[in-house]
Design a protein around this ligand. Structure first.
Ligand code: UDP
Length: 248
């Protein structure tokens, strides 16, 4: 039987194609349902495992999508394969394309001011029917709740929050406690890519599922963060062993 959700180290992932997820998300927006989307890679899963308060935020999300080939590998190792990888950046681009079709209200929150301004420009050029109802850079204090009020006043259908994890999920959770509608999604460094400031990997790296390698070559200082992947795979092997022990 195919599982609709697949648990990997305590995080419950959607086991659906990007197309299906996109349809469901757009339907929720049409119905004015609040929606919290987390795009989780191995680094985020490991962080959640170490930080129970962050794990409980992730558990409250309506959708957790498998961002990164590591999650897919882990799900296969556990014998419950997830159908496909849904990269956060790709999902954001698909949502923007849908927003353009429907003339949706979009708020862009995050990144440095110059990156944000170029992102706004790019979105306006590429998706002219989108109503950009607001944009704000990501350098504010989480305790400053006026940012939540400012965004809510613009009544956005979609808010992309590009301030990096775990802050973006904390902020989204706070926002949704008082919001009546809206899809909110943490998109990490996606504005840097969308604005053209940092390049996404060349196609060949994407096809070989080796975006992590390209990133490592360009930003060697990320090595420490990237060590999350071998740790993650080690933990998955442990979990598999525990499951097997329980069954025998
Ligand atoms: N950022 C921000 N506010 C902060 C710290 C970071 O808006 O206080 C932005 C930063 O400019 C970058 C993004 O958040 O655009 C973080 O990107 P990163 O690739 O580190 O995201 P992660 O993969 O950690 O979620």
């Amino acid at each position: 039987m195919e599982h609709k959700k697949v648990s990997v180290l305590g995080v419950s992932f959607e086991n659906k194609t990007k197309g299906t997820i996109l349809k469901e998300l757009m339907k929720r927006i049409q119905n004015n349902k609040k929606t919290f989307v987390v795009t989780a890679n191995p680094e985020i899963v490991m962080y959640a495992k170490k930080h129970p308060s962050y794990m409980s935020l992730v558990k409250e999300a309506d959708y957790v999508v498998a961002d990164g080939i590591g999650i897919i590998k882990g799900s296969r190792m556990l014998g419950t394969p997830i159908v496909e990888r849904v990269a956060g950046y790709d999902l954001m681009i698909s949502l923007l394309a849908e927003a353009n079709r429907q003339g949706s209200r979009v708020y862009l929150l995050g990144a440095k001011e110059d990156v944000l301004q170029s992102t706004v420009k790019r979105v306006q050029e590429r998706y002219p029917a989108i109503q950009i109802v607001g944009a704000r850079n990501g350098y504010f204090d989480l305790s400053d709740t006026s940012v939540i009020d400012q965004v809510q006043q613009t009544k956005p259908d979609m808010v992309f929050v590009a301030i990096g994890y775990p802050r973006q999920e904390k902020w989204i959770h706070q926002y949704l406690q008082s919001a009546s509608k809206g899809l909110l999604m943490g998109v990490g460094g996606s504005f840097d890519v969308l604005s053209g400031k940092s390049k996404r990997s060349p196609k060949i790296f994407i096809q070989l599922n080796a975006e992590w390698l390209y990133r490592l070559i360009r930003q060697p200082y990320r090595i420490k963060r990237m060590m999350a992947l071998p740790h993650f795979l080690h933990e998955v092997r442990q979990e598999k062993k525990n499951i097997r022990d329980k069954q025998s």
